[in-house]
Design a protein around this ligand. Structure first.
Ligand code: ADP
Ligand code: GLC
Length: 494
């Protein structure tokens, strides 16, 4: 396990396998680890939630009563640590903020003190870097929860020699979530008043945490090249397209990868039968087992079964799928959805399930195991996202030989080669509408009926390789652009 200095420190609100509500956790569970395997001295800071799954990675106290400073004069945080395959993961513990049932919200809405919670998280992580002598040179913040760290550093390094050499990277995983709060909370944040302006943290009179990160970071990254372009437009910029365009020279799109140690049918321990591009036969058994376990009609073994895994939110286009079900079911197929989210979509899913007994199953909730079983046991993966910064589930579905049918946005555009192009591994359509989705599903089902064509598509899908190593090296270039000497001793690891 690497000991300080930790040149690069990630700040994240989620990290798999300790905490997870979506793709950010998956990325944090593998990107820092890949960097550390490439010789980068890296560590991660994350909140110590009540629901932390520490499992096989024991967590122990490493620093007690770390002072967090203004505006919490008397406030301290306890810092715990786990060794995750050699990667130090530090947990910020403060029961009143993080020891709760959920990470960010309950079914009634966001926690009322989210701003305070994540101000605390950012300040505590930075104070820990200082008090624990971690020797950090770059702070790499993920999404709005960590963005304030970037803004603090921009000001602290002007006046405090300790921070003078610190550089910052802000990664955007989803621009739709910005963390917007009131001016009163800006005053409590401890940022100087000069930060309150249109080129700083102010956004239509609100305190915008992600904007703070975008405004003050030395570099801004997002999780696919297409999304990097899209967020500079009004359609996808969520109001930040102006400042992002002004920062274009520092905005970089780096495609996420897939963690094939976890998401590969060749060695997936939960599957009925493992399989691979060279020996794909086992997929049929996975499908049969899935149909049986969900009490679905056995005849579906000979018809395409469509899958959806994701948050039941507008972003993912689950409503578009629900609207399209009558036309999709007319194609004599099955459909399995896994996820949770907006109550109205969950209810609609349940109604549809009753209308098509044995042919449509909605599993409301989420477990990793069911997610793997659906990736392996379905034939076609639906992803009609309205926007998609990167998207990991389509990379996983490709790996499991379940070609995606997806909108041509963001990372979906960057990862799917659409039929009938040479090397096709899936299907894309332009508008997230019922008509477009149904048309694309019809096309996919028609190709499925042509066994030879489908096999080629499936093999192409399984052979796609979204390597984290390649992406991690791109991040190393970004870091090296901020501190040229960082990887000098690695003898040109870049
Ligand atoms: P996003 O992060 O926008 O939800 P991604 O495709 O990047 O989408 O990543 C989703 C990840 O989260 C996958 O590992 C997927 O299996 C998982 N996932 C999907 N739905 C849920 C859910 N409701 N709760 C927790 N994890 C989920
Ligand atoms: C976000 C995005 C998703 C992306 C993930 C990880 O949750 O919605 O597209 O894959 O972050 O970067």
């Amino acid at each position: 396990m690497s000991t300080p200095p930790h040149d690069i420190v990630f700040l994240t609100s989620e990290i798999y396998p300790f905490s997870k509500s979506g793709g950010l956790a998956d990325v944090m569970g593998i990107l820092p680890l890949t960097l550390s395997r490439l010789g980068v001295r890296v560590a991660v800071f994350t909140p110590f939630y009540g629901r932390l799954s520490t499992g096989q990675y024991p967590v122990h106290l490493v620093y007690e009563n770390c002072p967090v400073g203004y505006p919490w004069f008397d406030s301290t945080a306890d810092i715990y640590m786990a060794n995750y395959h050699g990667l130090p993961v530090y947990f910020i513990e403060r029961g009143e903020y993080f020891d709760r049932r959920h990470y960010y919200c309950t079914h009634k809405g966001d926690y009322f003190d989210n701003c305070e919670r994540f101000i605390f998280f950012c300040r505590a992580a930075l104070c820990a870097i200082r008090h624990m002598g971690l020797g950090t040179r770059i702070v790499h913040a993920q999404d709005w929860h960590a963005a304030l760290a970037v803004a603090y550093l921009a000001f602290w390094r002007r006046t405090d020699p300790f921070w003078a050499g610190m550089r910052t990277v802000m990664s955007i995983h989803n621009l739709a979530y910005q963390g917007r709060f009131s001016y009163r909370l800006f005053e409590q944040s401890g940022l100087p008043h000069e930060a309150w302006n249109m080129e700083g943290v102010e956004f239509y009179n609100s305190f915008n945490l992600l904007k703070a990160g975008v405004a003050f970071a030395d570099r801004i990254t997002t999780v696919s090249p297409s999304y990097a372009r899209e967020i500079m437009t009004p359609e996808f910029g969520c109001g930040l397209e102006g400042i992002l365009t002004r920062r274009k020279a520092d905005l970089i799109g780096i495609l996420n990868g897939a963690d094939y140690a976890i998401w590969s049918p060749q060695h997936d321990p939960v599957l009925e039968c493992t399989y691979s591009a060279d020996q794909p036969e086992g997929k049929k058994e996975c499908k049969a087992a899935l149909l049986q376990s969900l009490n679905m009609r056995p005849e579906l073994a000979d018809r395409p079964v469509l899958g959806f895994i994701g948050r039941f939110r507008g972003q993912k286009g689950i409503d578009v799928i629900l609207e399209s079900i009558p036309e999709i079911m007319a194609l004599d197929v099955g459909f399995i959805a896994l996820g949770e989210g907006k109550a109205e979509y969950e209810a609609a899913m349940m109604n549809i399930m009753e209308e098509y007994p044995g042919r449509v199953v909605g599993v409301i909730g989420y477990t990793e195991e069911i997610s793997h079983l659906i990736q392996a046991g379905t034939d076609i993966f639906l992803m009609p996202s309205r926007y998609e910064p990167c998207g990991l589930t389509q990379m996983y579905s490709l790996s499991y030989g379940t070609p995606p049918v997806a909108t041509a946005v963001g990372g979906l555009r960057d990862t799917i080669i659409p039929y009938p192009q040479e090397g096709a591994n899936g299907f894309v359509f332009n508008e997230p509408t019922r008509e477009s989705l149904v048309q694309a599903v019809r096309q996919a089902v028609a190709v499925w009926d042509d066994k030879a064509a489908w096999k080629t598509l499936q093999i192409n899908a399984m052979r796609a390789n979204f390597s984290w190593e390649k992406s991690a090296r791109r991040y190393m270039q970004v870091y090296a652009g901020l501190h040229a000497d960082l990887f000098a001793q690695e003898g040109g690891a870049l």
